[in-house]
Design a protein around this ligand. Structure first.
Ligand SMILES: [Zn+2]
Length: 112
């Protein structure tokens, strides 16, 4: 449910961007959403369709790039995607630790 205010904010930022460049419409919004960001990509898409209506974002395409959480191996320092119930490094068998990768949430670019 907390995707509603964040989606509204994305549209506001896009609107401001379009105004600043005297653009009548926003063509594309590229968003990066980590699986551990706390936001559900499909909910953002859903709200976007509703909130964008009647705004400069009405016909904009919302592209969401999802980022899988990565672990970093304590032994060989490789980055890898965590398998269910395992922290094991696929390269050396060492133990992985959580990283910030997968917690992203930002607008990569707005195309007008
Ligand atoms: Zn390793």
């Amino acid at each position: 449910m907390h995707e509603y205010p964040i989606t509204k904010r994305i549209i506001e930022i896009s609107q401001e961007h379009a105004n600043k460049h005297n653009a009548k419409e926003v063509k594309q919004i590229n968003l990066v959403v980590g699986d551990y960001s706390g936001y559900v990509a499909s909910s953002i898409e859903l709200y976007f369709g509703i909130i964008a209506e009647g705004t400069v974002c009405e016909n904009a395409k919302l592209n969401i790039k999802r980022v899988k959480p990565m672990l970093k191996c304590n032994e060989c320092e490789s980055l890898f995607v965590r398998k269910p119930f395992s922290f094991e490094c696929p390269y050396c068998g060492g133990q992985g630790s959580p990283t910030e990768i997968g917690h992203e949430f930002y607008i990569e670019s707005i195309e007008i």
